[in-house]
Design a protein. Structure first.
Length: 140
């Protein structure tokens, strides 16, 4: 999900949360029409975002934001993620997410379900091609 931005959030905590992510370089590798990859979190008990103080216009704040509209308005960008126990800690360029859920699934905004393995394979292919293009540019 590296370099993806959250462009839509819906659902309820606790409950099911739908996260729409714009990850153009990955999404366009799927032949289906559409622009986003959707992560559905089932049994979600936490979904919160804490902006870093560095983003222009945000007051210094250590509090987490749980309002979905407010989160989307900040256009958070995803850099990487790690699990800490049962909580996913997702670091972004302007803040950090915490999410906890019993399970989840992936789909395209076209409605087609995709597997995590499928998404990983698409990402790995993209980055392998990226490395090859970079090598060619430096050797030219």
């Amino acid at each position: 999900m590296h370099d993806g931005s959250i462009v839509g959030l819906s659902g309820n905590v606790p409950g099911t949360v739908r996260v729409e992510m714009d990850i153009d370089y990955l999404r366009r590798r799927f032949p289906d029409a559409g622009k986003t990859i959707v992560v559905t979190l089932d049994g979600c008990t936490r979904f919160a975002y804490r902006p870093y103080e560095i983003k222009k216009g945000l007051p210094p704040n250590e509090k987490f934001i749980t309002d979905f509209e407010a989160i989307v308005a900040l256009k958070p960008l995803i850099l990487d993620a790690e699990m800490r126990g049962s909580v996913a800690i997702v670091a972004g360029s302007y803040g950090v997410f915490e999410a906890a859920a019993l399970g989840g699934s992936l789909s395209l905004d076209s409605g087609r379900t995709i597997t995590l393995d499928e998404l990983i394979a698409v990402a790995e292919a993209y980055w392998a091609e990226f490395r090859e293009r970079s090598k060619k540019k430096t050797s030219d």
